[in-house]
Design a binder for this molecule. Sequence first.
Ligand SMILES: Nc1ncnc2c1ncn2[C@@H]1O[C@H](COP(=O)(O)OP(=O)(O)OP(=O)(O)O)[C@@H](O)[C@H]1O
Ligand SMILES: [Mg+2]
Length: 1003
Amino acid sequence: MSELRDWLSRHGFEQYAEIFEANDIDLDILPELSERDLEQLGVSMGNRRRLHKALAERDTEPAGPSAVNAPGEAERRQVTVLFCDMVGSTALSGTVDPELLGALIRRYQDAVAGAIGRFGGFVAKFMGDGVLAYFGFPRAFEDAAERAVSAAINVLAEVAGIELPDGTRVQARVGIATGLVVVGEIAGSGAAQERTIVGETPNLAARLQALAAPDTILVSDATQNLLGGLFELESLGEHELKGFARPVPVWRVVGEAVVESRFAASRAGRDLPMVGRAHEMGLMLDRWHLARGGEGQIVTVIGEAGIGKSRAIEALRAALADEPHARIHLQGSPYYSDSALFPVIKHLSRAAHIAAADSAAERIEKLRAAFPRRVASDAAALPLLAELLSIPADGLAPLSLMPAQRKAATIALLVDEIVRLGDTEPALLVLEDAHWVDATTLELMTQLADSIGSARLLAVVTARPDFTAPWQTRPHSTLLTLSRLGRADCARLVAGVAASQDLTAETVAAILDKTDGIPLFAEELTRNMVESAGEAAATVPATLKDSLMARLDRLGAAREVAQIAAVVGRQFPFAILDAVVPRGGSALEAALTHLVAAGILLPEGRGLERGFSFKHALLRDAAYDSLLLTRRREWHERTARAVEQRFPELAASEPEVLAYHFAEAGQPAQACDYRMRAGDRAVGRSAYQEAVAHFSAGLKSAEALPDAVDRARRQLGFLLKLGPALMVARGLQSAEAEDANRRAAELAEAIHDRPATFRAKWGLWLNANVRRKTSLARDRASELVALAQSSGDGDLLLEAYHCQWSTAFFRGDVAATLDNSRIGIETYDMKRHGHLGPAFGGHDPGVCADVCAAVALRMSGESEQAAKTIARGLALAEALDHPNTLAHALHNFSISHQIAGDRDGAFAAGSRAVALAQKFGLVPWRAGSLLLTAWAGAVGAGIADAARAERGSQFLEMSQRLVGSAQAQLEVTKGRSCPHLGHAQAQLSRQPQRLVSMLAALL
Ligand SMILES: Nc1ncnc2c1ncn2[C@@H]1O[C@H](COP(=O)(O)OP(=O)(O)OP(=O)(O)O)[C@@H](O)[C@H]1O
Ligand SMILES: [Mg+2]
């Protein structure tokens, strides 16, 4: 980008770049152009003034990074597009002389461009009398949609001032749409260069424009959503638009809504209860009480965007609703930071009920009526107020004051008027968004702070952190900083927004993790989640995109580093970023310093290692989302390669990180390798939930493999591990596990892989077994023995017998259990077979052989032999150090005590199993062993006494059901049918939460 373009775009004059360049004007001679020169070049009067002002300030500008994104670097971002067209221009061309028409069109273009420029829009193209403009690009604004509509209203007003040869006025139509687009690719060359926007949004804006009646503004649904209640909008229903598959909802802008506070307008219809902030509210109320008693106070509430400043003000007002008091609301606006006393003018017009259609005389009368006492006692008051409100003061006594004196007199008058409000009743003055107010309003507030001491007035000022209150050191001033909401408060806020929609605990946790205690983020993300029925989990809500992008756009050169960092992760060690960023060294250091100063990154040390994290997860997401897909892939690949080559320990300890980067880089083979490693590591640590996640992610990555055979092999590999992991994590009867096994068996047979076929069919056997389809299970076990024998694989044969003794055990066939488990005990060798547990059913076959044999021996009355066998099984389980196997052993140990009627023994072993299962998230063992401990504790024994005392009859009722269920289970264990079992379990399943919490309290 040329220096000129860069400077122009930083100051919102980019629409003139082409015309300046076409006239060989560069930045050096721009200051030398006269008013007349600029006028000839088509610069409107307002923009001429602004241009001169910006040029005058140029020398004092800090040499900072550019405020707009780098040239030529295309991006994905949300943009609001405005399309404006003149009504009847084709007809005009037939009736008006071309020269006259040209001048008319130039005036029209000038008016349109002027209005757009004032609100920060960028005129991308003039197409005859059509004007295409962007809001939110090249510079993002948190309120881009609002700016576009404000500009459109001004466009219509200004073009109406242009008269046509037939005496009528120029009319225009405007269409506005917001959406995700790809922006910034440079098209064309030389003077014809332009920044293009690709996406359906510009088309939609153009179609809406075509649909609009003369002098109306139509906006798209997405734009409407962003506007909140700031404008009055009328729904025009849905319309079929060319190029759009479905009918599109259309809204007409009726006008600006008359609002006192931006907050109330933008949150219209979203009344949610306030959470937390008790301390802050207490402090404000305390100051109110002081003020009410005649000790005036000023409280400055500082906090970042969306933290809840306006919400706190609203809560304060609600708290004072029942007390008689006077109220003044002053609202800062980003568009009027340079308009002296703008918030006061707005307030006075509202207070005096001045309407747009009122004549000057009517306005004066209304002012007089609004301030009768003042006007009667002070001759200068009315002329000063009239001047402030730009009302022609014909007929009023002229003021013989110099401008500076006039300003001082106006401020003094206003301060006095505000202070005197408290004479009749206590008063509350709110100044919202002081970071946007003009210097004169600040002067007024400072003087007010000086005179407030004995007034019955509380002034509350809100501002974002970059604001420093000039009155800060005054004696009656209090600074209140709003910090992030705590997790519990945030969770309540999320629940409030979700209302009747029950969000799962994981969804709520994900929202809390993403939103870092910023209420606005939590609210918007929840709303997005609810509205998209959970599908939008990973995306930044449209309502936040503009404000997040605006923060990133202010970064200039550091912005690209933020984008690369976003690819590396929410948290990242400096060393990795350094390895990924092409130009590291001092440039990287400078960028990081800038990012920390701008509140984008937080420095953090992990041990000796230097690192950073994004201050908000959503900022990371916004930076990430802005990258083109091709660029994202590139950076992911660089990150993956850097970690692989330079940080082998990280690659080994967190293979899932590499799997993620390779998958996002479009390298599925490497992604699969690392996912498999990550899944295996998780299984090795009995972290089955994580294992399921890794194997599932691997399965997804494998889908992207180009070669069909490779794809099938890899998918089979993941499915074979996913099935067993699911059985442990979700329960042996899990339908997902059955599905994984069925898919695996089909794939394995299709590619003639016998060991894999064995494994998959083994999974199907297990499913039949645990579903108590015991004859089917028995047949499948025999099939497995035959399959293993023909393959000559000893490991598989042991597992096939494992199936046989297990099915026999479940069928209550004591003799077959003993026969088959004995084969297992004889064959098993810990060194050779110790690895089989994680692969088959999640527990070790040697331990299983022992514990099943022990239970069968116990049932056969061979207690001594049973005790020895189970002791050996337990010792083996401990030696293997495998939690799921140990839980299995302890559970069956408890059963063997139960059979012997030994309640204490059953309770002790069961409790150990519960604790272990709890620790490692082994849900089925936890549930089964809880039943055993409940059985043991329900009748007799000290445990039950304690429980009775604590829970009374409620617990007894529950434990009786448990006894019923536990006894029923025992009957089945003994091989007898038990019709009560289904009923007892059904009763239990209806009470799971209650049951678990009662048992947890007891244990
Ligand atoms: N304590 C709270 N309880 C419930 N909702 C809250 C709370 N704080 C903030 N919110 C909600 O979060 C959103 C953002 O809050 P708010 O608009 O007050 O932020 P702000 O600090 O005024 O931001 P800005 O600087 O952009 O004006 C609002 O919808 C508000 O209702
Ligand atoms: Mg606010």
